[in-house]
Design a protein around this ligand. Structure first.
Ligand SMILES: *[C@@H]1O[C@H](CO)[C@@H](O)[C@H](O)[C@H]1NC(C)=O
Ligand SMILES: *[C@@H]1O[C@H](CO)[C@@H](O)[C@H](O)[C@H]1NC(C)=O
Ligand SMILES: *[C@@H]1O[C@H](CO)[C@@H](O)[C@H](O)[C@H]1NC(C)=O
Ligand SMILES: *[C@@H]1O[C@H](CO)[C@@H](O)[C@H](O)[C@H]1NC(C)=O
Ligand SMILES: *[C@@H]1O[C@H](CO)[C@@H](O)[C@H](O)[C@H]1NC(C)=O
Ligand SMILES: *[C@@H]1O[C@H](CO)[C@@H](O)[C@H](O)[C@H]1NC(C)=O
Ligand SMILES: *[C@@H]1O[C@H](CO)[C@@H](O)[C@H](O)[C@H]1NC(C)=O
Ligand SMILES: *[C@@H]1O[C@H](CO)[C@@H](O)[C@H](O)[C@H]1NC(C)=O
Ligand SMILES: *[C@@H]1O[C@H](CO)[C@@H](O)[C@H](O)[C@H]1NC(C)=O
Ligand SMILES: *[C@@H]1O[C@H](CO)[C@@H](O)[C@H](O)[C@H]1NC(C)=O
Ligand SMILES: *[C@@H]1O[C@H](CO)[C@@H](O)[C@H](O)[C@H]1NC(C)=O
Ligand SMILES: *[C@@H]1O[C@H](CO)[C@@H](O)[C@H](O)[C@H]1NC(C)=O
Length: 525
């Protein structure tokens, strides 16, 4: 819920199951979650979340750890009023959800139907670093097929995501959006496929809407074909760094002879939709790593009903004048500035996020939640895994990390990186959603910020708070914005706030917290 908001795509069907299991099993006995070994028959017709049973316990674990520490003491103050499953863990709402062949047959798809369906590619906009071998591009994405699902079946599936609201009761545009997302989620990933790409210089208003961060430029050449060295994984994913050639003629600029980002368009062979812009990023400069939900767009994931509609049915809407702030950064920061959009939203919905970002914010590379959860560490901390990957790729860059307080992984990972890599983390900007939005009743933990230079981070309330900062010189705090950090659990919306936050939680606050947690568990988890 509060933490790994983006797995909401995993949560929504779970919520459905939750309602079902609440009806079926009225007893108060907590459900014991038994981690189920991973089964990965290919190809699967299923949302990724459901393919991998390990994600079930994954989510549960996160909630539990969120409630540990200060949060747990807040809860235990309530003693026996707490439903046992709050303390012992969230029931496994994912159980009995059909997987693999069961889903495939429930959709009535035959292998021959599928064989006749064109192969599609999702190419996630890549970034590249400069190495002794030249430019090294991280190609990543997914190969899949979209089954021909009948419209009535599609509406059934969409209704499973829309808890508490019928598809037919939504305005037409929202119905279409919900159907679009349902189609994107119910795809058949294609394992064991060889992938190749065609690269060519991207014109200035390239594939990705706005021209790109800082002074991104179109290289004079570099057109070439690249064969990805591995077949796709069973989940259809590909993800590896591949060196590209400096083809003769007016080629690519070397990373150590330009400060500009170079843009290359990449087309996946054999697919009309597997195109994206790659960003060749020089070794030094600023990279802005930005989350998307509740910082670049209005999601309100902390209000389950709103979060659901904003994610699943309504068109994406920018958060206030945040696009102006990014456009200003893109113009005013040095030419070497690179934008990277890193969200833990599942890969299947990447297109909708890209579509929104490129219409609204500067062009840049992307990371979303990969389907391949076989790396247990990555499963447990996908955001940190992705953050470490990009930090390792640019050991000399300065990173500006942007998100909001309603992600507990952000609240851990961003300050952790600042402690671990003090020379690389330039600024951390966190929108305090609970200070401005009474609907955010989930506490956030500021303990990770203890000991960091207080000019290196800022909790803010409106995009304008970010104006006039000297980011290039590491002055990331707007002195007029009171910070109020307790270095513990906080939540302004329910009054866990200021110096009193740690010790003097009012009982009404405890009550609201508990109600919020329980409501969210029932509704979302
Ligand atoms: C640029 O990088 C290449 C490859 O690492 C290296 O061979 C070359 O000497 C560098 N040039 C400069 C001017 O540093
Ligand atoms: C999808 O299936 C319907 C009937 O179930 C059929 O009329 C339609 O042509 C199919 N579309 C494609 C693209 O195969
Ligand atoms: C993929 O390419 C490799 C190397 O060329 C080849 O050995 C393998 O058979 C190919 N796989 C498929 C499924 O075509
Ligand atoms: C930034 O890049 C543009 C080209 O996009 C160039 O005209 C300008 O001189 C560069 N600025 C600096 C400070 O290098
Ligand atoms: C890339 O491959 C395509 C065929 O897939 C071919 O038409 C084109 O000439 C190749 N380009 C280069 C630069 O090799
Ligand atoms: C590519 O070749 C051109 C011309 O030979 C050279 O100026 C440039 O530095 C080279 N770029 C890379 C990326 O090696
Ligand atoms: C692109 O795919 C076609 C078949 O779909 C194949 O003939 C061609 O060789 C591929 N091109 C490259 C560069 O891999
Ligand atoms: C992909 O190609 C289509 C068709 O040319 C174009 O409309 C779209 O903007 C491109 N998108 C990206 C991300 O490259
Ligand atoms: C859904 O919408 C996105 C963004 O508008 C678009 O790129 C994508 O092709 C659509 N997907 C389907 C399955 O219609
Ligand atoms: C997982 O992370 C732990 C702690 O960071 C580390 O000790 C371990 O080696 C990692 N395992 C793998 C397989 O990367
Ligand atoms: C480029 O990125 C790769 C992959 O993250 C990393 O292993 C390598 O060290 C980086 N190279 C340089 C010169 O930073
Ligand atoms: C800090 O506390 C003050 C006073 O309660 C409040 O007005 C302000 O919004 C808080 N600042 C942030 C960033 O939440």
């Amino acid at each position: 819920m509060v933490s790994q908001r983006s797995p909401r795509w995993l949560l929504l069907p779970a919520a459905y199951a939750a309602v079902a299991s609440a009806v079926a099993v009225p007893s108060a006995t907590p459900t014991v979650v038994v981690p189920v070994p991973m089964v990965a028959p290919a190809p699967l017709v299923t949302p990724a979340a459901i393919q991998f049973d390990s994600t079930r316990s994954y989510y549960r674990r996160n909630i539990l750890s969120d409630i540990e520490g200060d949060g747990k003491s807040i809860l235990s103050a309530l003693g026996s009023d707490i439903p046992s499953y709050v303390l012992s863990g969230v029931p496994n709402f994912f159980q009995d959800f059909p997987t693999g062949d069961a889903v495939k047959s429930s959709l009535g798809i035959s292998d021959s139907d599928l064989a006749a369906t064109p192969t599609q590619a999702l190419l996630i906009p890549p970034y590249a670093n400069w190495t002794d071998q030249g430019w090294n591009v991280r190609f990543h994405g997914n190969i899949y097929k979209t089954p021909n699902i009948s419209s009535s079946k599609l509406d059934d599936l969409a209704n499973k995501f829309l808890i508490g609201v019928e598809l037919s009761s939504l305005p037409t545009d929202q119905q279409n959006q919900a159907r679009n997302l349902t189609k994107e989620i119910f795809v058949v990933q294609q394992g064991g496929v060889n992938v190749s790409f065609h690269l060519e210089p991207s014109p200035s208003n390239g594939a990705s809407g706005q021209p790109g961060g800082g002074g991104a430029i179109t290289p004079g050449g570099g057109t070439q074909n690249i064969t990805f060295p591995y077949e796709t994984t069973v989940e259809g994913d590909f993800d590896a760094f591949v060196p590209i050639k400096n083809v003769s003629g007016a080629g690519l600029l070397a990373g150590n002879e330009t400060q500009n980002i170079q843009r290359m368009n990449v087309y996946t062979n054999g697919s009309i939709d597997g195109n994206a812009t790659a960003y060749l990023v020089p070794p030094t400069g600023i990279t802005i790593i930005s989350d998307i939900d509740d910082i670049l767009r209005v999601t309100k994931i902390y209000e389950p009903t709103e979060g659901l509609l904003n994610s699943f049915a309504r068109a994406f809407v920018p958060w206030m004048n945040m696009p102006d702030i990014y456009a200003n950064w893109s113009r005013s920061l040095p030419n070497s500035t690179h934008f990277h959009y890193l969200t833990t939203t599942p890969e299947q919905v990447t297109r909708n996020y890209m579509d929104f970002i490129y219409k609204t914010y500067p062009g840049g590379s992307f990371d979303t939640r990969p389907l391949n959860f076989s790396d247990v560490n990555a499963t447990l901390s996908i955001r940190l895994f992705l953050l470490n990957k990009i930090f390792d790729t640019y050991p000399e860059r300065k990173f500006v990390l942007v998100a909001d307080t309603s992600n507990s992984d952000v609240m851990k990972d961003y300050p952790l990186l600042a402690h671990d890599r003090p020379n690389n983390v330039q600024c951390i900007f966190l929108r305090n959603t609970s200070a401005t939005d009474s609907g955010d009743k989930f506490p956030y933990d500021t303990s990770g910020f203890q000991g960091l230079n207080n000019k290196s981070y800022m909790f803010f309330k409106t995009p304008d708070d970010l104006m006039g900062l000297d980011i290039a010189n590491g002055n990331c705090l707007n002195q007029s914005i009171l910070q109020n950090l307790t270095f513990g659990y906080q939540d302004e919306a329910i009054g866990i706030h200021g110096a009193a936050g740690k010790t003097n939680v009012r009982s009404s606050a405890i009550g609201s917290l508990l109600i919020a947690i329980v409501a969210a568990m029932v509704l979302m988890v």
